[in-house]
Design a protein around this ligand. Structure first.
Ligand code: S3P
Length: 746
């Protein structure tokens, strides 16, 4: 525990806490213990509580009468039951409170604000309504706990007229107690709480009572297992307090309850009709929502521990790599498996699916559009396809996080739907260019709206009649090619796309795997609308883009010998192998075979003496995602490496030319970034230091690999997005001998 000393000048001279139950008592006790108030005065009607409050050190003194307690108060906290608020506010309105700040801890805000308005004849500017989201099944001043609010949310709901200094002061008091304070509108607060707290309590109380009533001897509870206990834990809460809350937050509770009743009726009908599809849909969606929720909680705890959002990898220098690993499934193929599986007729089984945030964003998008998808569980996903015309409007905007592939490919597909959809992304994706898909889609007749400068969010209006397009891509981009081919599934005529250089052809291959004819002739791919997709089985090979980090790691570390199993070696993806071989890398392909239309092999890589090369431009699109780590290889090589024709690197998850150049410079390596590439003189020593990934997963992993040849530790900032493509990177890196871990967790 950190020792806290009383500040020289206390924040508050006199704090008055009215109501010394669990919440009021904990607030008083916590602030008193932290020495932020000269005096803490309690008010309680119950004599026993008043005595205990002083004995237990909750307050300095305690009064029965509000008027006596409030004399000279700076801050008055109302922590009385919600239905008593109006009466207490009414008494306060009769007193001369001077400049005292008034705040409360009621669980519903609308009724407290209305009461203040009524009794004061307008809500006072120095009233700051608030609600700490904390509590327990315990109650009373004996349960007061000064640490109760630590890492809990406190919502303040200031009004337009609320005094800024008063708000700041209340905010500060809660922060002193370790709370995480947020501000929200009154109505929003009440609606959110009705859904996340009040409705569950109503259901728990209701269910236990309903069962208990029908089984008076309570015999059935003997058979109740953990599920019942967990679900009904909150039925042990204080009945009087909850009775008050439902009366206080009536409107918001009714709104959420009515929506829930409709959903419950639909579930009832599904059970009645034997509609397993509906049940599976609800249960799979609920399960992921629940997992998402647990992750948020876990992340919050973690972030709290670190006091920041910055996930730092600490990569210690030296080592070599050895062993045998399988990196996760291919990201591009995983995205496409969900998209085509959803639009197919029948049930598609996927194995080896990448459970990274990007592919999961695509999966969630289709769940949002009504597709029932089971899993992923150990890379297995079962997709209950709805056919090309079976998607439903999502309940709100589709959030695709960091994933450019999701946004660009989906835009093509969505252009063919009868409903409107808006897609949004995280800060990095929100800076990436979308006109490359929006413009040709508009030429096909789609209505596509973008944010300023063609950046996300993207809104695609439904119901447009698409006509086929013959289009020559201005840049080598598989995402744009795929977007247009997917739109072509819905466009009248033959859609033809010509690419300036070969790019990954997973969309074409997978469409054929689903029985859809796609013509490919050199740089030209075309398809005709009007066909259908038939469900199939997909085995996703390991991602060569993830394997690339280990190909370079083993190449640059003397004495390394590593086997990477089952890696996809589609000819449109093997640029990294070809470039490393040109540099003198020792990579052999073993056990070559084909799975589900994609070639795979085990890659054996050993340490080698690399030399610098001029990277052939035709290899650039075939290694586009691998350049960050290839730059590391170039630094470790003898002689100069020159990359040209790679301006696309500037519009990836970060500007990969600049961000890598900056990072290398921080490590004492001189490089020369150019408009479309970089010049790296190899053989320079890599020092230690701080580098920033700018939220780009591949930059974070590239610098982790660089540590093998560094002379001192490298701290890599902003690494959380490694989870987008390679969630178990650190575990595999450690397993083979790269000394990288989350800082503080070594
Ligand atoms: C991808 C294509 C590439 C690549 C991205 C995945 C795909 O993007 O960088 O990681 O799955 O089609 P571009 O099409 O922008 O080159």
């Amino acid at each position: 525990m950190i020792e806290r000393h009383a500040p020289v000048k206390p924040l508050v001279e006199r704090l008055v806490v009215v109501g010394l139950g669990l919440i009021g008592g904990s607030f008083a006790k916590g602030l008193r213990a932290r020495g932020v108030c000269r005096e803490v005065v309690g008010v309680d009607l119950d004599a026993q509580s008043r005595r205990l409050a002083v004995e237990l050190g909750v307050v300095d003194r305690c009064e029965e009468a509000l008027a006596t307690a409030c004399q000279g108060a700076d801050v008055i906290m109302l922590a009385v039951p919600i239905l008593a608020m109006e009466r207490v506010l009414g008494e306060l309105a009769k007193l001369d409170l001077g400049d005292a700040i008034l705040t409360d801890a009621g669980s519903a805000k609308g009724n407290v604000v209305r009461a203040a308005d009524a009794v004061f004849g307008g809500v006072p500017a120095r009233f700051v309504p608030g609600h700490p989201i904390a509590g327990s099944e315990q109650s009373g001043v004996e349960a007061a706990n000064g640490e109760l609010f630590k890492r809990h949310k406190v919502i303040l709901t200031p009004l337009a007229q609320t005094d800024a200094l008063a708000l700041q002061r209340v905010d500060q008091l809660w922060r002193e107690l370790g709370a995480d304070v947020e501000h929200m509108q009154v109505e929003h607060h009440d609606q959110v709480l009705a859904a996340t707290s009040h409705l569950p309590h109503l259901l728990a109380f209701g269910l236990v009572d309903s069962l208990a009533k029908r089984n008076e001897n309570l015999e059935i509870f003997r058979y109740a297992a953990g599920g019942f206990r967990d679900f009904t834990r909150i039925a042990g809460s204080d009945p009087v307090m909850w009775h008050d809350i439902f009366l206080a937050n009536r409107e918001a509770v009714l709104r959420t309850l009515d929506v829930f009743r409709d959903d419950l009726d639909a579930l009832r009908d599904a059970v009645d009709a034997g509609d397993g599809h509906h049940l599976l849909g609800v249960f799979t969606r609920a399960r992921v929502a629940r997992e998402h929720f647990s992750k948020i909680l876990a992340r919050r705890a973690y972030v709290d521990a670190m006091h920041s959002n910055d996930l730092i990898f600490l990569a210690n220098p030296g080592g070599k790599v050895a062993g045998r690993i399988r990196v996760p499934g291919d990201k591009s193929i995983s995205h496409r498996s969900i998209m085509l599986g959803s639009l197919a007729e029948g049930t598609t089984e996927v194995e080896g699916f990448l459970e990274g945030e990007d592919a999961l964003a695509t999966l969630q998008a289709f769940r949002d559009m009504g597709v029932v998808i089971e899993g992923p569980h150990h890379g297995r996903v079962t997709i209950h396809g709805v056919g090309l015309h079976g998607l439903k409007p999502p309940p709100g905007p589709i959030y695709v996080g960091n994933s450019g592939t999701s946004m660009r490919l989906l835009s093509g597909l969505l252009a063919g739907q009868p409903f409107d959809v808006t897609m949004t992304g995280d800060a990095s994706l929100s800076k990436r260019p979308m006109n490359r898909v929006a413009n040709p889609l508009r030429e096909m007749g789609a209505v596509v709206e973008t944010g300023p400068d063609g950046r996300p969010p993207l809104t695609i209006r439904g119901g447009s009649k698409l006509k086929a397009l013959t289009y020559t891509l201005p840049m080598a981009s598989a995402q744009v090619k795929s977007c247009l081919l997917l739109a072509g599934l819905y466009a009248e005529g033959v859609t033809t796309v010509t690419e300036p250089a070969p790019t990954r052809d997973h969309t074409e291959r997978m469409l054929r795997g689903f029985g859809y004819a796609v013509q490919s002739n050199g740089p030209v791919a075309s398809l005709q609308a009007g066909g259908k997709l038939t469900a199939t089985r997909i085995e996703v090979p390991a991602d060569i883009s993830s394997a690339a980090f280990f190909l370079v790691a083993a190449s640059i570390a003397e004495g390394s010998d590593l086997l990477l199993e089952h890696v996809g070696i589609n000819p449109t993806r093997i640029g990294v192998i070809e470039i490393l071989r040109l540099m003198g890398g020792d990579i052999t392909l073993e056990n070559q075979r084909e799975v589900g239309g994609e070639p795979v092999a085990d890659l054996r890589v050993r340490g080698a003496k690399l030399k610098g090369i001029e990277i052939p431009e035709e290899l650039v699109p075939l290694a586009i995602d691998e350049f960050p780590v290839l730059f590391v290889a170039a630094v470790c090589a003898e002689g100069r490496t020159v990359l040209r024709g790679a301006e696309e690197l500037r519009v990836k998850e970060s500007d990969r030319i600049q961000v890598m150049a900056d990072g290398l410079t921080s490590l004492g390596v001189k490089v020369e970034p150019t408009a479309d590439g970089i010049i790296i003189d190899g053989g320079q020593s890599i020092g230690g230091g701080e580098v920033h990934s700018h939220g780009d997963h591949r930059i974070a992993m590239a610098f982790s690999v660089a540590s093998l040849r560094a002379t001192a530790p490298i701290r890599i900032h902003d690494c959380a997005n490694v989870a987008t493509s390679f969630p178990n990177f650190l575990a595999l890196a450690e397993q083979v001998g790269i000394r990288v871990a989350v800082e503080g967790k070594q």
